[in-house]
Design a protein around this ligand. Structure first.
Ligand code: NAP
Length: 295
């Protein structure tokens, strides 16, 4: 059953193509949507568009910030905005208590504001429903990059997948479909057993330096430094490293540069490679999050 948002005023601050799916879905569920950071366009017909954050949040029970959120200065990612969109203490300090603020991942300052000013902050990027569904476009985007950047086919190539969580599992399965030779590197015995049961070679992080020399492509999903200088030094000179973990990634990029290894950090793939799909994920999840949190 579709969640009803009848009578709820929602401010959407900035965003990208994903919000062009989300905003009509919110309005379709009955919310009164005000959006900042957009000029008129067909997808937003009937939506109230305003120029500033202050105008948008006036009287809003719910404020939605984009999945990538803001930078450390509060500047909101808003690819359609003609002017900079920035959240400030002055405006957020005046929010009614219990205002619900929904964001992909918040910077520490926003968490501090939530504690200080009393609004409720919900970060959805780590919710399983969002993360599992976003693992699909992330894996597809990683494969697209590998195909583009490698001089060889994925078929038959030695691919290492570091981490066997939501993205690691989907990616390994897609690589297997393309007939790569896959080694999964994980820290827990359960993850290694699961990878073994799925038919992949496995390796513990303690053995990584000894094994990584055969890798032609390495996909990292671990948000901690695992591709250290010592490990990178044992990779083949022609290896390609695609680091999918959230910034700063799990690769010592300076060491990679010194060692002349090709290593790239690849953030935000769902929004880049499949914004419509990623927008539909938000349109499915956010109305439920609003209902659950507004009671
Ligand atoms: P996840 O399900 O939590 O998986 C993370 C994996 O990393 C797990 O296997 C975890 O092992 C392992 N891990 C965590 N810390 C570790 C450490 N210190 N040493 C060794 N292994 C460690 O996360 P996910 O959903 O797959 O996402 C992975 C990363 O990608 C996150 O940083 C996420 O923010 C990011 N992300 C990137 C994109 C993109 O477009 N590039 C899109 C979405 C998400 P345990 O199970 O043992 O904890």
């Amino acid at each position: 059953m579709e969640t009803s948002l009848e009578g709820i005023r929602v401010a959407v601050l900035g965003g990208d193509e994903r919000e062009l799916v989300l905003i009509p879905a919110l309005a379709g569920a009955g919310a009164e949507v005000v959006a900042a950071g957009y000029s008129p366009r067909p997808e937003l017909a009937g939506i109230k568009l305003v120029a500033t954050v202050a105008e948008a949040v006036e009287g809003a029970q719910v404020i939605i910030l984009p999945m990538p959120g803001t930078d450390d200065q509060g500047v909101v990612r808003a690819i359609f905005a003609s002017e900079k969109l920035q959240i400030t203490q002055e405006v957020f300090g005046r929010l009614a208590p219990e205002t619900l603020v929904i964001i992909g991942t918040a910077k520490p300052f926003l968490r501090q504001w939530a504690a200080r000013f009393g609004f409720r902050l919900v970060e959805i990027a780590e919710e399983d429903e969002v993360a599992i569904l976003n693992a699909i476009p992330t894996a597809e985007g990683a494969l697209e990059m590998a195909m583009h950047m490698l001089p060889i086919t994925i078929h038959g190539c030695e691919a290492f997948v570091l981490g066997f969580g939501r993205i690691g599992q989907v990616l390994a399965e897609r690589l297997a479909g393309l007939r790569a030779r896959i080694t999964v590197v994980a820290r827990s015995r359960a993850a290694l057993a699961k990878a073994c049961a799925a038919g992949y070679s496995t390796c513990a992080f303690t053995d990584l330096a000894g094994e990584i020399g055969r890798a032609q492509v390495v996909f990292n999903t671990v948000p901690a430094l695992v591709l250290t200088e010592a490990v990178l030094a044992r990779t083949a000179p022609e290896v390609l490293i695609i680091d999918l973990a959230s910034a700063p990634g799990g690769t010592d990029f300076q060491a990679a540069q010194r060692l002349e290894r090709k290593a790239v950090l690849a953030p935000g793939l769902p929004g880049k490679v499949a914004p419509l799909t990623a927008g539909r994920v938000l349109a499915a999840v956010i109305p439920r999050v609003i209902r659950e949190n507004l009671g």
